[in-house]
Structure formats: C-alpha cells, structure tokens
Design a protein around this ligand. Structure first.
Ligand code: NAD
Length: 501
C-alpha cells in the first residue's frame, strides 16, 4: 500500500458500553491497538517465566487467594455482569458461583494432573525410565463472548493460570467492564505478578491483534463464523487455537419420561438468560405418545414467565442489539414453512425484549432448526421413537451438548451414548456445567478442544516426554555398533512375541 492510499482516518481511542436494559451509557473503555496488545503480551511473558518457575502448591495458594477475593467481591462482580448483559441479578450471582467452583477445582487439581509421572517403557525400551510432564505454554490469549462474560472466559483463564501460564484476555466489547474488574481483582489478590493476567479492551480489531501477537495459544469463545476468521489469523503463525462455539442443543424425551421434570428443564434450558446460552435448549424431540402433553406443560410454564427489566424477571433483554431480529426471522420463517405457534410468535419480539416462543412441527430444514437462534424460543417436534429422536438430534452442524429425559436412568445413559455431543445430561439440562472435573466443548460448528476438567488443564500445556537410560541394553538398537546378528536376534524375538500376543 502506498502512503497516499493508506487509510489515515483517526481510530477511536475509546468506546462506550450501553446498558442493554435501558440503553443508557455505562462506561467508556480504551480501544487497545496492536501496540497495547503487544505490550500486554510482553509483560505477560515476563510474569509467565516467574509463574511457571513457582512450585505447584504456591500457584495453588495464589489462585485460591484470587478465588477468595472474587468470592468477597461477588456483589460487585454480579452487578457488573448484570449491568452489562441485562441479565437478572440472581443469574449473574449464579454465574459467579459457578466460576468460583471451577477456579477452586483448577487451582487444587493442576499439580496432581500435570505433575511428572512415570509411564511403562515397554519391552524394547526396558532399559529406559520413561516419564511425562505437562509444562505451561507461556502466554495464553483468551477472547471471550458476552453471554456469560465471567464463567465462559474463566473456563480458559482459570485453567490456563492454574497450568502455569500468563493470560492476556480480550473480553467482548459488550462486556469489557467484567473483564477489567476480573484483572483488577487478580492483581489485588496476587500482588508481585504484574501482567500475569491482563485485560485488553476493544472489539474485533483488538481480538485480531491478540491473535497476531505471538501468544503461545489462543482460546476463543464465540460464534463459529468469528472462530473461522480468528483461526485463519492464528494459522499464519501456527498459533495453536481452541474454539468454543455455538450450539443447537437437542433434548430427547422418551415415552416414560417424567414430563413435569422435562417441561421444567426445557423451559429453563431454553429461556434462561433470554435463551442466550451456547448449550441452551433449542430443539426438543419428544416421542409421539407424550408430545402433546409435554407441549402443554412447556407452554403453561413458559407462558407464566415474567420478562422485562425488573429485578424479579425470569430473564431480561437481548444483550446484542441485532439479536432480536435474528429471533424474529427464525420464528417467522418457521411459521411460514408450516410450524405451529403454541405460545407467542412474531409479535413476541418487542424491541430488545422477547417473550417466550414455543413452536411445534417445525420443518427440520428451517433456520429455527438448523441455525443458532440464541433467543427465548424452543421448537418441540414429535418423533416416532427414540431412534428417530437420536437421528434428528444428531443431524445438526453443531454438536455441543444435549439432554435426555427418560424414566429409566440406565436407558437414558444408553441414549446419551448415541448422541453426537460433547456433553449430555440425563434427566436435567446443563448438568455438566457445575461439575468442574468434566471437560466441556463440542465438535463441528461447535468448535474443538476442551475447557474444564483435566483435559481443560492439559489444553494449556505442552507434554514433554523424557527417557533416562537406567542401564546398558543387551543389544543397543540405537547404535551403529550393534552387531548385525544381535540386531537380527532382537527382531526375531520381537516378531515372535508380537505374533503370539
Ligand atoms: P462473536 O463471535 O461475535 O464474538 C466473540 C469474541 O470475538 C468477541 O470478543 C469479539 O470482539 C471477538 N471478535 C469478533 N471478531 C473478531 C475478529 N475478526 N478477530 C478476533 N476477535 C474477534 O460471539 P459473541 O456474540 O460474543 O458470543 C456469542 C457466541 O458465543 C454464540 O455463538 C455462543 O453460542 C457462543 N458461546 C459459546 C460458548 C462455549 O463454551 N461453547 C460459551 C458462550 C458463548
């Protein structure tokens, strides 16, 4: 590009976050450009060296102090989350509580999961002592979404820190205050590690700068479309990439299921947080015998939900300005294609607020069944049997989570095993979210890689394999001095053994 062609439009240096509930401005935040991001990554690298050199128990103690600080600041953090997302205060509190559970687990288990351990060295290498250790990567970049602005990114941040890394966090431009507060609380709880957790604020360009900054891994949570763009940037420098993307989660309901429990869970799974949950319920496949009864119970419960800006509302506004239009399009297209509206419809969308919508008989090829709606809507379709339910549930580009409601727990678990999903709950929805030991993540358009659990700790490490020669082997197969006859004998013995076993 020539100088004359270069875009000289001054870039804004700050951006304003508005309340989704009232539209009023909440705060201004700096737009971090490539220089600011590079500076944060440099500071993080210095801090990472010292953090990685700490003993695992010391890191655990620091992180548990951070956890206690976060718990003490629960009110402030919940207020910030509620203000930025518009979700009810109680939901924001629950988000903080879940985050604390995960942080505690990551802090307490990292030493055990990642420490050096011996592995069998096998017959040919019996003279070697073999060990494996999971070492920190260095600096991890985390790009977060707005719908769970603490819980979701902390699935990467908390686990990456516990695994011995520094983190540079780019929160969503809709919820930067939550990210800023998180880093402030960390600095206050873990003094002396300046730059170990830094929050850089801004929108897509700031995220892109982080992807280009030379971090040792980039953990992204957001939509599959953005994941593709960020991954393409990471590909330029072979920066490892973890993608936690959206979902189109299905619930399978069998003939012997507890329909009250199923209806209760479907309504909460579909409507809580205004349906803006990656692993929220969007599709339900109920066997024909119970379809009508389940629909009645879902409509009854969903129709009674108070929606609005009040503190006692079941859920609040759509956080993103444009999301209500997406919800309306999905509902309108489904109805035009022959779906039945059991509750609500196009008119349920009113500005930023969307009242519950329950649809039935929704054509499987309509957007309401194939794209992430991310709103307080649910489609309940009848199926002939469990086989059809499984087939339809699995016929999605997404594969994040799923649920099964079944009278027999064992039969429910057997259905779970047939579902293409990274996490399945039997007789509940989102049961896995509060179990820190369980990894979370999907496949297909839901992304790849795992956060949480042992896999989530290992995701932010590089395994190093070490062998230490204990004694001289009878035949040294890795030496040019090994006599040909001895080598042939060793091969003959190995062949004999492998043919038998
Ligand atoms: P988004 O894809 O619009 O944005 C996600 C993040 O990427 C934001 O921080 C944004 O600023 C940043 N970004 C946007 N363009 C970028 C670019 N070109 N380069 C670098 N960064 C860029 O997603 P969103 O609307 O914030 O979040 C909603 C999505 O997240 C939904 O699809 C939801 O299902 C998904 N989600 C998934 C999980 C999970 O764990 N699987 C959890 C929460 C949300």
């Amino acid at each position: 590009m020539t100088d004359t062609a270069r875009d000289t439009t001054p870039r804004p240096t700050t951006f304003t976050v508005h309340s989704p509930a009232t539209g009023k401005p909440l705060a201004d935040h700096p737009v971090a450009g490539p220089e600011e991001v590079a500076r944060a990554v440099r500071r993080a690298r210095t801090a990472a060296d010292r953090w990685a050199a700490e003993s695992a128990p010391r890191r655990r103690d620091h992180l548990l102090r951070f956890k206690r600080r976060l718990a003490s600041a629960l009110d402030d953090v919940a207020d910030t989350i509620a203000a930025e997302t518009g979700k009810p205060r109680g939901d924001a509190e629950l988000e903080v509580v879940l985050t604390l559970e995960h942080l505690a687990w990551a802090a307490r288990n990292a030493g055990r999961v990642l420490r050096r351990r011996g592995v069998p060295s096998g017959l040919v290498a019996a003279h070697q002592r073999a060990t494996l250790v999971h070492r920190p990567l260095g600096v991890v970049g985390v790009i977060g979404p707005w719908n769970y602005p603490l819980y979701t990114p902390m699935g990467s941040i908390g686990y990456a820190l516990a695994a011995g890394n520094a983190v540079v966090f780019k929160p969503s431009e809709h919820t930067p205050g939550t990210g800023v507060l998180l880093a402030e609380l960390f600095d206050a709880a873990v003094p002396g590690y300046a730059g170990l957790l830094t929050t850089v604020t801004g929108a897509a360009a700031t995220g892109e700068a982080l992807a280009r900054s030379g971090v040792d891994k980039l953990a992204f949570t957001g939509s599959p479309g953005t994941a593709r763009k960020v991954m393409a940037v990471c590909a330029e420098s072979l920066t490892p990439f973890l993608a936690e993307c959206g979902g189109k989660d299905a619930v399978v309901v069998t003939a012997d299921a507890d329909l009250d429990a199923a209806a209760d869970a479907v309504v909460w799974g579909a409507m809580s947080n205004a349906g803006q949950t990656c692993a929220g319920v969007e599709r339900v496949y109920a066997v024909r015998e119970v379809h009508a009864a389940l629909c009645r119970k879902v409509v009854e419960r969903a129709g009674a939900l108070p929606v609005g800006p009040d503190a006692d509302a079941a859920y609040g506004p759509m956080t993103m300005p444009g999301q209500a239009a997406v919800v309306r399009r999905h509902v309108d297209e489904a109805l035009a294609a022959g779906a039945r509206a059991l509750l609500g419809g196009s008119a349920s969308v009113s500005g930023r607020y969307v009242s519950p919508v329950v649809l039935a008989d929704v054509p499987e090829d309509s957007a309401a069944m194939t794209e992430e709606t991310f709103g307080p809507t649910v489609a309940i379709n009848a199926v002939a049997d469990v086989d059809e339910a499984v087939e339809r549930a699995n016929a999605s580009a997404y594969a994040l989570a799923a649920s099964v409601f079944c009278g027999d727990r064992r039969a429910g678990a057997a259905i779970a095993a047939r579902l293409r999903a990274g996490a399945v709950s039997v007789n509940s929805v989102l049961g896995f979210a509060a179990v820190p030991a369980l990894p979370f993540g999907g496949s297909g358009d839901s992304g790849f890689g795992r956060v949480h659990g042992e896999e989530g700790l290992k995701a932010f490490t590089a395994p190093q394999s070490v062998t230490v020669r204990r004694f001289a082997p009878p035949v040294n197969l890795t030496s040019f001095t090994a006599p040909a006859a001895a080598r042939a004998r060793a091969v003959a013995v190995a062949r004999w053994l492998h043919r038998r076993r």
